[in-house]
Design a protein around this ligand. Structure first.
Ligand code: ZN
Length: 497
């Protein structure tokens, strides 16, 4: 690595070297703290932070000495923690309820530079790190991998606008504790284990029957508060008859209790702000506005500070494709959900929010530009688009593999693509392969098979696609950036920001 010496020499004088063969310089990363200069470079496909100068920061960073003039520090977990300590902007932070936020799940750890460029200067803050336990498991990544990738991207881009990190769709207390201990700034509590699926489909008779099991004091408390009462909520009139009240109690009492417990036990005990999101969307039935009110009203009265809440909206929010359903009905209900959220002072959260171009303007209008939208898989699909453009052979092999393994992926995801409608690879020329990423069925095919593709191994225990996949994207990182700026940029534009 001695060839980095001239770059370090320049850096010591506060100057930035130009790109050269095998060396890419991330100029925006250049930063100085006291007497220490830092600069991120990529040397033969490997990224380092070059450091030179004198001071504690220099001593704290681990790296390989370069001719006694400085060191090349790899992008390790330990070095990321050092950056977090010295540069506030590299650590995740909460954003509260006054500004829109967008979750930008990055399954590859490569998307954040493009995401940063997309949101820069816009009235929206990026939650760059956002992966569910499911996604981490399926891609063999850890939560620290996710946090490292986001922090280094922020450093690389010199982005000081602040970013969030979401422990996404967490159900278990131990996972919440763990995520908080790593410094995430947002927790999305997934209450689906506390919402009884059988109640959702139950008839009024079954509900009345089941309700006999509810303890008298619980029943009495809710009845006194809600039965035959009308609540004026931001212009809406919401009232509970006995049947709807019993159903809401049976459906949500346990989730409300659990959420309150999580808040009191973990979220409120943090000595820093946490964006606490409640998700009641991972269920079979649509969240009626009155149920949304019921849950929120209980949480707020029990002292829970809700930063965002995700109901299950009418219609289908399938992964990676546009809204499916009655847009007029969606508008009617979204308006009511937005009024309820505004009444309580938190943000409405839209899960599986990528590619819902039809309804983005509606979301923008009724939330008045204050919302949280989650995207994840769409960022992976943009990577596939790049692969299709620059490495047709790899694309073809992945496509074939995805078709062969689609059934397996359905264990984890609910999508309903008509795979027979996907054009046969034999009939598509190399320069047309990227068109697959404009086809809903092909998008969903890739959307759900990412884990299988990225972890597939051959009989010699070697990755079938992974290494070539990452190498290709690394060589075309500017293409990936441009694809994200265009695709996520369209989201942000239609969301009115
Ligand atoms: Zn969700």
């Amino acid at each position: 690595m001695e060839h980095l010496l001239p770059t370090i020499d320049l850096l010591a004088q506060g100057k930035i070297a130009s790109d050269s063969a095998g060396l890419k310089v991330y100029k925006e990363s250049h930063t100085t703290s006291d007497d220490v200069h830092l600069l991120m470079v990529k040397d033969q496909a490997e990224k380092y932070i070059l450091a030179t100068g004198n001071g504690q920061l220099y001593d704290d960073l681990e790296g390989t000495d370069i001719g006694g003039k400085g060191k090349a520090c790899p992008l390790t977990y330990e070095n990321r923690l050092v950056l977090n300590r010295y540069f506030d902007y590299t650590a995740p932070r909460a954003f509260g309820t006054e500004i829109a936020t967008i979750g930008l799940g990055d399954r590859l750890g490569l998307a954040s530079p493009g995401h940063i460029e997309t949101v820069k200067g816009k009235e929206i803050k990026p939650v760059l790190a956002q992966q569910s336990i499911r996604e981490l498991t399926l891609t063999n990544r850890s939560m620290t991998d996710m946090l490292d990738a986001a922090a280094f991207a922020v450093f690389q881009e010199g982005y000081k606008g602040g970013y969030g990190a979401d422990g996404d769709h967490i159900k278990e207390e131990s996972d919440i504790k763990y995520a908080l201990s790593l410094g995430v700034s947002m927790i999305t509590l997934d209450c689906s284990d506390q919402i009884d699926k059988t109640i959702e489909e139950a008839s009024d008779e079954v509900i009345a029957e089941e309700f006999n099991n509810v303890p008298e004091e619980v029943k009495q408390r809710y009845f006194d508060k809600y039965l035959n009462k009308t609540f004026e909520v931001n212009g809406l009139s919401l009232s509970f008859d006995e049947a709807s009240l019993m159903r809401n109690i049976l459906l949500y009492d346990e989730a409300i209790t659990y959420t309150t417990h999580i808040y009191n036990e973990y979220i409120s005990k943090e000595d820093r702000a946490i964006d606490f999101e409640i998700s009641i969307d991972e269920t079979e039935t649509v969240t009626a506005p009155i149920s949304h009110f019921f849950v929120a009203n209980e949480l707020i009265e029990r002292g829970v500070t809700v930063v965002s809440l995700a109901p299950r909206f009418c219609g289908e929010f399938q992964k990676g494709i546009d809204y499916i359903g009655d847009v007029e009905q969606f508008e009617v209900e979204l308006r009511e959900h937005a009024l309820i959220a505004e009444h309580f002072g938190y943000k409405l959260s839209i899960h599986s929010g990528s590619d819902k171009f039809m309804v983005f303007p509606i979301i923008a209008r009724y939330t008045k530009g204050i919302f949280h939208v989650k995207t994840a898989g769409t960022n992976w699909l943009e990577a596939i688009r790049v692969i299709a453009n620059v490495n047709p052979g790899l694309y073809r092999r992945m496509h074939t593999f995805a078709l062969e393994n689609f059934e397996e992926a359905l264990k984890y995801y609910h999508v309903t693509p008509d795979l027979d409608s996907v054009a046969s690879l034999d009939n598509v020329s190399d320069d047309q392969l990227a068109e697959y990423m404009n086809d809903d069925a092909a998008r969903q095919l890739f959307h759900v098979t990412y884990g299988l593709i990225l972890t597939a191994k051959d009989d010699k225990d070697e990755f079938v696609f992974r290494d070539e996949f990452f190498k290709t994207l690394d060589e075309h990182e500017d293409d990936y950036r441009a694809a994200l700026v265009s695709h996520i940029g369209r989201h942000i534009e239609l969301l009115g920001l």
